[in-house]
Design a binder for this molecule. Sequence first.
Ligand code: NAD
Length: 522
Amino acid sequence: MPLSQTAPAASADAARSRLHITPQTILSRSPRTGAIIGEVEVATPLQIREAVGLARLAQPAWEGIGLRRRLTFLRSLRDALYRGQNRILDMLVAEQGKVRQEATLEYLACLELVDYTLRTAPRVLRQRDVRVRLLPHRRFTIERYPYGVVLVIAPWNYPLWLSLDPIVTGLAAGNTILYKPSEYASQLGEIVASLVAEADIPREVFHILHGYGDVGQALIAAHPDYIVFTGSAATGRKVAHAAAEQVIPVTLELGGKDAAIVLADADVEEVAEGIVWSGMFNAGQTCASVERVIVLRPVAERLIAAMKQAVMRYISNGDGTPSPMLAALTTPQQMEIVQQQVQEALAAGVRAIIGGRRLDGDGRFYAPTILVDVTPEMRIWQEETFGPVVAVMVADTEEEAIHLANASDYGLTASLWTRDPRRAEHLARQLKVGSVSINEHLLISGVPEMPWGGVKGSGYGRTHGEQGLQEMTCIRTLNSDRWALPLEPFRYPYTAFKRSLARRATHFLYGPTLIDRLRSLR
Ligand code: NAD
């Protein structure tokens, strides 16, 4: 099918009106003010079927135009992203409740991601020759080709970054895309779709389908060729289960309960600033937020005091109203989880040295909170909180600190804070996570050059970096003629000469001593 600009919408609308299907809608409300921002229609089963069919039909042509032309489209997408700065930032602030400067960091990371893909895709996706010692007369090549139709299911917390990343790498690799934004980021999803349209990427190649979990499940049931899911561990299990039933490969980017380990030699004031920023950025609604602090006893008291000071200095007005540097909690469910976890902890004897309650006013804001006297079996220590809440535990030894950090169902990232880089690297190798940062925590999640993903309950597969691009492709190996041999050593007839060749090769290649190897001459 040729790639064109014709919309499938007209026929879908006609069919829908024939079937008298009333579209469900998703209303976006600002978590800062409660104001209605916009409304979208939930995709109907017919629209889903149509989108999947079109994406499948269009894929060979999109693959066929070649990487150079696909990257030309993606260069236009980067330009559209650049031109759209103001409306994108406005929407991230309005719909997710972000602080504008934090929205700017998400936006900047996206520009860099598209640029990185443009720079590196030709090298990362090109075919590669492999030398095969036992078969020098044959040519072996590893080549990468797109899966086909890739389903991207995105969350609401970084709706631009976590949508554009799999969309851009998926398109670069030659896949067509089905995109389901979060129901809490539908207006931002519309902006993503408009950027793709502005880049003149053919309409059959990219399809946005709004909806709740049932639309996600319907899209999986439509049998895409690959799935990139970013979201909670609970939903990730459902996605993995549905994908496994159809043997669809899937990348799972799930939640975390990241630990920051503070060693006894740390510069306490500086560490406190770094940890507070890494725990409170976007009101803690980052998969890689610092949610647990494990501090060595000699500096524990000073660190806790310095963290409280840092909160008071930057993100607490102290009068029950939200500071301008504090993001809102995007969803009502998230507010409920944060409130429940903190209240349960306080009832069990934990102390909030600052915060511990919802802030006043119409907006959905929770006070930046630091909890001490926490114990490892508590929900606040075990489960993802996803709010501006940092729990602190004190350890007596570095071994105990590493043990506490690893004793988690999650394994996304962790950090070590110390003045001793060699000690830090030694300890880093004992942490069962996808990334370790030293004297830093959060930035790694927005670096397009570095492979990103977790272990254990935080998921599997990698996005970003060369691996992220490669994961959007399958591998096909080619085995072809290099030069002709006077006789085929492996085929019939099996002669004494061929047996002797095999025997000599065995001695020559694998003989442990020179004498063994010389036996190949006999
Ligand atoms: P979520 O799991 O509630 O939803 C994610 C997406 O899945 C949404 O689009 C949702 O509509 C869809 N969905 C819901 N039920 C589904 C089902 N049964 N089948 C298919 N799709 C379904 O997650 P969320 O609340 O949007 O996002 C927050 C979570 O995402 C946190 O746990 C956070 O740690 C995690 N996250 C992880 C990363 C990472 O890179 N590891 C990045 C950002 C967020």
